[in-house]
Design a protein around this ligand. Structure first.
Ligand SMILES: Cc1cc2nc3c(=O)[nH]c(=O)nc-3n(C[C@H](O)[C@H](O)[C@H](O)COP(=O)(O)OP(=O)(O)OC[C@H]3O[C@@H](n4cnc5c(N)ncnc54)[C@H](O)[C@@H]3O)c2cc1C
Length: 489
């Protein structure tokens, strides 16, 4: 019986009856971070055993768009071929702003300097990137193109601190879901290099020695607890905690407004809990990525969001994940996207979005929404006046998206709470060095313990600054660092 094993309580080495499995490096989770940690640890000559609770490889990453956020060093060959230059300092400044108040300068610096090499490394492992550029504003490419604008690069205030460049690099796959290709390749490579994978294997808790160093794992295999000795270390790559309703309620209640989780379903925070139980600090647990795919069609970006006071609150050309956070925190959870006949279209991902009001004038729309008299009309008039001059002094929406909303009929698409399907995953996790070493509350590393991907608080740490590709870029790159460091322990 393993009922007594819980991630919240480590097992003492003196309570281990016998080691069932012996390895150098034990990895929990065979998703984006776990596969890359395994590849590097094997390349460094370490014996690697991977424990994956699911019956197949890939984790959430296999369901993802397969978009990896890379740039800097003048640009990847794909960026350069499409005519974009991407200086490391611009990439660095962008990533620092994207990381928000808790951005980790050391981690950002390393990534900004090495992301282009990392892109090369992914290709060396066999990940196919077609190399072509898809202009426009997309959530994921509907084609098999590689390069797209996947964040806030061209939107204020990001555009004011860093020269914009498209940095979302997507694995070649026609339509949505390039993560399948990415993960088949990376997991296949880890196995080819000799990493041994156990499926249906849930890591239950860590094993610690008398000094508090992590020296193994307890894993449920074929219904029984098995004791895994990890001579060089354990790497926690078990994803975040969006699939754990109790943890979401406790740490990131704002994400409860998002009805759907962006995860394979096993990312229940067990990795984070195992780390906390041996003294690790957890950072930024309140942060989450949320989606609000109100476009495509991109014409909808020319609409304006207003709240229950009839006021605008965000430049609508920002990344949809940033827009999501602003929409989610409007008073009473009420917000609408105002459009006119010239830009109207049904959002591709939620064509049945409720239309809360339609009118031949903005006054009619305002009355139908029940807003204070004159509030919405004043907002639209002020927007139209400036937009006709190609300006948005209030929220700095870029000129290419500015167009007065003057062609009736007019409509308000409802982004009120409950009317749209937002998705979320968590960004908080264990404190680590860029090497993956897990840190305690005093900033000291916990011997034998490493973490990467969403189990760690990594590169993406601010929902308002998230860009598509940051999570996979972070998980694959820092998964590699953890594998290298553990193997050299
Ligand atoms: C639909 C969708 C689209 C997305 N698109 C993108 C995108 O284009 N770009 C991007 O950057 N991000 C994207 N994401 C997010 C990204 O996929 C994840 O954030 C990323 O996969 C995190 O990597 P990870 O290695 O931390 O976790 P995962 O890839 O989820 O891997 C964690 C693994 O750990 C296993 N596990 C958990 N607990 C245990 C345990 N106790 N014992 C054993 N195994 C365990 C899980 O089963 C899982 O296989 C998307 C996600 C989804 C679902």
């Amino acid at each position: 019986m393993d009922v007594s094993y819980t991630p919240a309580r480590p097992c003492r080495v003196e309570d281990v009856p016998a080691w069932d499995i012996d390895t150098d490096v034990a990895i929990v989770g065979f998703g984006a971070a776990g596969s890359c940690a395994a590849i590097e640890a094997r390349n460094a000559g370490a014996a690697v055993q991977i424990f994956e609770v699911a019956s197949a490889a890939g984790g959430s990453a296999a369901l993802s768009g397969g978009e990896v956020y890379v740039g800097g060093n003048g640009g990847t060959d794909v960026q350069r071929a499409a005519g974009f230059r991407d200086d490391t300092e611009d990439f660095y400044r962008y990533l620092m702003m994207a990381g928000g108040p808790a951005a980790d300068a050391e981690r950002v610096r390393l990534y900004a300097e090495q992301a282009v090499d990392h892109f090369g490394w992914l290709r060396e492992q066999g990940v196919p990137f077609k190399g072509t550029y898809l202009p426009g504003k997309w959530i994921e490419p509907t084609t098999d193109d590689t390069l797209l604008w996947s964040g806030n690069e061209k939107a204020w205030p990001f555009s004011a601190v860093a020269q914009p460049a498209p940095r979302g690099h997507t694995a070649q796959f026609v339509g949505w879901g390039g993560g399948k290709v990415l993960m088949e390749t990376l997991c296949g490579r880890a196995v080819e290099l000799g990493a041994q994978v156990h499926y249906g294997a849930r890591a239950l808790t860590l094993v610690v020695d008398r000094h508090g160093a992590v020296c193994g794992l307890v894993v449920r295999l074929e219904g029984s607890p098995r004791f895994v000795r990890a001579r060089k270390g354990v790497i926690l790559c078990a994803g975040g905690f969006i699939a754990n309703p109790d943890m979401v309620r406790r740490f990131v209640p704002a994400a409860e407004a998002c009805q759907q989780q962006v995860t394979a379903g096993n990312d229940d925070g067990s990795g984070i809990r195992m780390g906390i139980a041996v003294g690790a600090a957890a950072l930024n647990m309140q942060e989450f990525f949320a989606t609000l795919p109100f476009f495509p069609p991109e014409s909808l970006v020319k609409g304006i969001f207003v709240n229950a006071r009839g006021q605008r609150f965000i430049n609508e050309d920002a990344y949809h994940g940033r827009v999501a956070h602003y929409v989610l925190r409007q008073p009473e959870g009420r917000a609408w996207l105002l459009v006119d006949n010239g830009i109207f279209g049904r959002p591709m991902l939620q064509p049945d979005i409720p239309i809360a009001a339609v009118g031949e004038s903005w006054e009619e729309v305002e009355v139908e929404l029940g807003l204070p008299t004159g509030a919405l009309v004043h907002t639209v008039e002020a927007f139209n006046r400036e937009a006709s001059q190609g300006r948005d002094p209030l929220l700095h929406k870029a000129g290419e998206w500015l167009r007065p909303l003057t062609e009736p009929p007019f409509a308000a698409l409802s982004y009120c709470s409950g009317d749209f399907g937002a998705h979320a995953f968590t960004l908080g996790g264990l404190a680590t060095r860029p090497t993956g070493e897990v840190l305690d509350a005093d900033g000291h590393s916990i011997a034998g313990l490493y973490a990467a991907g969403r189990t760690a608080c990594g590169l993406p740490r601010w929902g308002e600054g998230y860009s598509s590709g940051l999570s996979l870029g972070d998980a694959t790159f820092f998964g590699r660092q953890a594998g290298l460091r553990a193997a050299s322990a």
